[in-house]
Structures are given as C-alpha cells and as structure tokens.
Design a binder for this molecule. Structure first.
Ligand SMILES: [Zn+2]
Ligand SMILES: [Zn+2]
Length: 391
C-alpha cells in the first residue's frame, strides 16, 4: 500500500499539479497509513472512518491552480458547477468546504468524490484504490481551470469584464506557462508500422509524450493505430502514460471480443480509418481547446446558454471544426460526428471535451497536430479577451 501511496503522491508532482513534498496520500491497510506525517492526518482519518473508503488525497495544488480554486471558492456558495464534459459526467459539481474539518467535509463527500477546501486545496477519495483519488483530484483542477477562463471570456462578451479575474490574469498565465513543460523536442518513432511490437512501442511513446506535454490528464484520452485489418486501441480507463499491457487489438471484422475493454470510442476511431488516409489517432484534453469549444459569440445563436454542448451554427477555430460528440451512436454521438469532421483535416474539437487528431503514417503528425491546435486555441482565446467584445 505504501508503494501505491508514494506512486500517486509522486504522480501529482510529476504532472505539475503539486509542489514536491506537498501531496498527502493515505490508504487503509488494516490501519490507515500515510505517505508522510502531517498534522492534518488525524482529521482526515475521521473522514476515512466516516465514509468507509480505501484512500484519500489531500493537497494544495501548484499555481496557478490554487489561486483559481480559491477564486471559485470566494464567489460560490456550497459548490461550483463547471460545464465541461469531464465534470458533467464524472464529478457533476465541485462542493466547497470552508474548513479542513471532518464535520464539514464528510457530508460533502457522501455526495461527491472530492471537494475543494477554501485556502487549503483539494480532498479526494478512492473506494478501491488511490488511483481514483488521483483522477478526481486532477479532474477538479482541470474543470476549475476551464471554468475560470470560460467565465472570464463571457464576462467580457457581456460588456462587464470581471475585473478581479482581469487583475489575476497576468500572474495566472505566467504560472500556467511554468506548469507547461519547456518545448522539448519530442522524438516519436517514424512509421509506417506493421509489426505489433513497433505499434505498441509507438503508441506508448505517443501516450507518454501527450501526458508529458500536459495535453491530457493521464487517465483520460485515448490513442489508436491502424495496421492490416486491425485497430490497435488503448483500453477504457487506461492511463496514457502507462499503456503497456493496456492496448487491445480489434480486428475490423469484430472476430475478437476485445472490443469490450477497448476504448468506448473504438467505433469512431474505426470509422475514421475506414474512410482511408489515416493510420494514427490521438485524443487528448488540452485546456485551451476545451475552453474555446465552450465559447460561442454568435449573437443570434439559438442555443445560447447551451453552447458548451451544441450550437445551431457550425463553429470553427480557424480551420478546426468544433463538433458535438455525445456518448452513444445517435446523430450527435461521436461515432457519427467525428469521422466526417476529420476527413481531409488535421483534427476536430469536441464541445466541452477535447481534441482528436489524425496522422497519416505515425504519431509524429498526430502529436504535432494536437500541439498546434492547442497553441491555435490559446492564441484565439487571448485575441478574444484582449480585443473589443466580439460579435
Ligand atoms: Zn476524452
Ligand atoms: Zn452557440
């Protein structure tokens, strides 16, 4: 258990979400054990006992995330509700505690998998493994970040720019630049690949590079490669930085049953390959792409208020289409919308969710496309907030 606690404490630091030495991770193994001593442990053990859970993470996030969380706390009541897909489907809402006490936190965690504690950071738990607590922790930070920038752009659009956020922005953006890794040259394998070993290696490297570039929280996203008559795809719930043993080979004729563990987005990936021209697909959740997907400045948009889910008019960020991508196979389901959207393009952005990019030979172009689309979206966002109100 201690090994596992240390693994996730180290992962929070490695992903830039916390400063070294900060994360406090506890797990139940007969008694509760901790990755390090901390005065908050006693209060957290009361929470573990009351909820009958397996593990807990308590940590102050690194900047700019800590300031962003506290700002949400200042302006919300019992909870705040981001509208990105990750939160809607996974967290629903993010409750706020005002003190690091079991009395206040236990009732919140009876309803939700994690909460923000004003001035302290995030408390999140797992019922079977500390990995769950880690995933909740990073999801809360992701959603809070996206909401911060979406709300600000809309405040400006409404002609009433949020002056508190405006004053915070230079520091927040500078800290975010520090969070992003320096533009290291990523050496991904050159394709085309036909051997399974080469395919697995290329997928594992591309997954790791996407996490390292902070363009996805490791637990989300997916990746695939097409060779022969087989789609090689990451399993549902696999971590993109731990793909070894988590890649399924799914023959196009569906002769194997691996489609069950394969990513839920297998059908969308398969149909992209069936259209021809592509061999690699990469899916991540780069933050400014998600933010841009949720912003609609169409004055006459009939879906105003729902533009993070759909707009009645097609939207683009430059040449990149923003498309609906609901779960399931309906007309607005990802498997219907994504394949035509990426046909002849670098990729597409799904409302409130993330980016899918394609590569014709290997992951070098798919990765470069993901990175370029995120840069494009951040530049577009900065133009929007620094110019006169659009529309
Ligand atoms: Zn996703
Ligand atoms: Zn709209």
């Amino acid at each position: 258990m201690l090994k596992l606690l240390n693994k996730y404490a180290e992962k929070l630091v490695a992903h830039g979400l916390c400063s070294p030495g900060e994360p406090l991770v506890g797990g139940v193994n007969d008694a509760v054990i901790w990755n390090r001593p901390d005065p908050r442990a006693a209060e957290l053990e009361k929470i573990i006992a009351a909820l009958n859970i397996n593990s807990i993470v308590c940590a102050r996030p690194a900047e700019p995330f800590f300031s962003i969380l506290n700002e949400h706390c200042h302006r919300s009541g019992a909870e705040f509700v981001p509208e990105d897909t990750e939160t809607r489907t996974f967290l629903h809402s993010i409750p706020v505690a005002r003190s690091m006490t079991a009395a206040e936190i236990v009732p919140l965690l009876q309803k939700r998998k994690g909460c923000v504690v004003e001035g302290h950071g995030v408390v999140a738990f797992g019922t079977v493994s500390p990995e769950q607590a880690f995933v909740v922790f990073s999801s809360i930070i992701f959603s809070a970040f996206v909401k911060f920038f979406v709300d600000y752009a809309y405040s400006q659009y409404a002609g009433t720019p949020d002056l508190v956020v405006a004053a915070m922005l230079p520091e927040v953006l500078a800290a975010y630049d520090t969070f992003l890794p320096a533009a290291a040259r990523v050496d991904l394998e050159r394709g085309v690949f036909s051997e399974e070993d080469a395919i697995f290696r290329a997928m594992a490297h591309a997954g790791q590079a996407t996490v390292d570039a902070r363009m996805v929280d490791s637990f989300f996203g997916n990746i695939s490669y097409f060779a022969g008559d087989t789609v090689y795809i990451s399993q549902t719930g696999s971590s993109l930085d731990e793909l070894a043993g988590c890649i399924d080979a799914c023959p196009l004729d569906n002769s194997a049953s691996t489609g069950i563990t394969a990513s839920s987005e297998l059908v969308a990936h398969r149909d992209i390959y069936l259209e021809g021209g592509n061999r690699a697909i990469l899916h991540g959740h780069p933050k400014f792409s998600v933010i841009m997907s949720m912003l609609c400045f169409e004055p006459a948009c009939e879906n105003r208020g729902k533009c993070h889910i759909k707009c009645d008019r097609e939207r683009y960020v430059e040449d990149i289409p923003v498309i609906p991508g609901e779960v399931g196979t309906g007309p607005r389901g990802l498997s219907s919308t994504l394949p035509p959207a990426v046909l002849g393009r670098r990729g597409a952005i799904v409302y409130g969710h993330g980016v899918f990019t394609v590569g014709t030979k290997d992951f070098r172009d798919a990765f470069a496309n993901l990175s370029k689309i995120e840069t494009l979206c951040r530049e577009s966002y900065m133009r929007i907030i620094s110019g006169p109100a659009p529309g």
